[in-house]
Design a protein around this ligand. Structure first.
Ligand code: GTP
Ligand code: MG
Length: 358
């Protein structure tokens, strides 16, 4: 990747050299450029990102193991928040408004053997579709929470379909087994029927009966996650500029925009310039899940970030670049791409114009 020219890269991405050159000039500045110019690693990455492609690196640098990123999914009220709560030993559930998850949280947990796991919480409603579109890129494992009383529900099936289309493995947490109405075997059969080949029946889908409320088998669930992730050989490069995803964003009185981000590659540091979707800025603060200021986050780690000039969207990719100017051009291009897309979408809709007859 180090000896790419604009012409080569255009071929690889599948766009015209003209389009790529235009993007290059908008990002690097200037009015003309030679098609034979050798692109820097950073410019290559920015351009690949511009055309919504995912770069695959032929690594020179050493890859290190990274923690698995786990998304908890499941039908409404089956116990996702209670499980996350119990995993991080705090009490988010009690303080949440009306007990319904308001936002996406991510945090990291040290399992009993010292290994880290990053968990992402997902709200039960569907405002989450942007994120879901990125599911395969963000999450390594899905923990599907299924209430052992209610069994398989519409959103359970929907989650299984998402996981299958993303090719992300599922681990089933059969929750609320503390209740006398729990029917573990019946629900296991239901899961089998909707296509989950449970380990118990010779398949490779691990499942653990748990009680999130009574804290039964939580360590077993963590062990299952680590067992699965070891088989997946999750590794990436740590000492390069960060790339990752925005999980959620919001405005906070007096502090400007606040967003939670997760790093997939490299290390994100306070002071870095980043572009995130249509937004950009300098990382002013990184705050961990305990509200502490931290200097950096690395592979599979998440934090709240302060410093972006506007609100990125859930699921937006972010990338650190070498200057604020570059970050701004990348973001501005994203904004104009989006308004162009919206324009064509509105054009393609059938519009009925009523004309009064003469
Ligand atoms: P949404 O965010 O609204 O989709 O719900 P959720 O999946 O996050 O469920 P939540 O954790 O809010 O739990 C719903 C209800 O089930 C709460 O009243 C919990 O106390 C209860 N609950 C969760 N886990 C258990 C469990 O293991 N046993 C029992 N008995 N109740 C549980
Ligand atoms: Mg919840």
């Amino acid at each position: 990747s180090k000896d790419l020219t604009l012409e080569h890269l255009a071929l690889k991405i599948g766009v015209s050299t003209l389009d790529l050159t235009e993007a290059y000039l908008e990002i690097e500045g200037g009015t003309s450029v030679d098609c034979d110019i050798l692109l820097s690693q950073e410019t290559t990455e920015i351009l690949i990102n511009e055309f919504n492609c995912l770069p695959v690196w032929l690594e020179q640098e050493e890859k290190v193991f990274r923690p698995p990123v786990v998304t908890i999914m499941g039908h409404v009220d089956h116990g996702k928040t209670t499980l996350l709560d119990c995993l991080r030993n705090s009490s988010i559930c009690a303080t949440e408004y009306g007990g319904i998850t308001q936002s996406i949280g991510a945090f990291s947990v040290k399992a009993s053997d010292g290994q880290n796991i990053t968990f992402i919480d997902t709200p039960g409603h569907l405002a989450f579709s942007d994120m879901r579109a990125r599911g395969a890129e963000i999450t390594d494992i899905i923990v599907l929470v299924v209430c052992a009383v209610e069994g398989v529900q519409p959103q359970t099936v929907e989650c299984i379909e998402h996981a299958k289309s993303w090719e992300v493995p599922i681990i089933v947490a059969l929750n609320k087994v503390d209740l006398s109405a729990a029917e573990v075997e019946r629900v296991e059969m239901q899961l089998l029927k909707v296509g989950l080949e449970l380990d118990k029946f010779g398949g490779d889908v691990l499942h653990v009966p748990i009680s999130a409320k009574k804290k039964i088998n939580i360590e077993k669930l963590e062990e299952a996650i680590l067992f699965k992730s070891e088989l997946m050989e999750l590794k990436d490069v740590r000492d390069v500029m960060a790339r990752g995803y925005v999980l959620e964003s919001r405005f906070l009185e007096g502090r400007g925009s606040l967003c939670s981000v997760i790093v997939k590659r490299g290390t994100l540091k306070v002071g870095d310039c980043i572009a995130a979707g249509g937004s950009y800025g300098t990382v002013k603060k990184l705050i961990n899940e305990n509200g502490k200021d931290i200097k950096s986050i690395s592979l599979s780690e998440a934090a709240e970030l302060i410093g972006l000039k506007s609100l990125p969207r859930s699921g937006d990719r972010f990338m650190a670049v070498h200057s604020l100017d570059k970050a701004r051009s990348v973001a501005e291009r994203k904004i104009s791409e989006r308004s162009r897309a919206a324009y064509y979408e509105s054009k393609s809709k059938e519009v009925k114009v009523v004309i009064p007859s003469i």
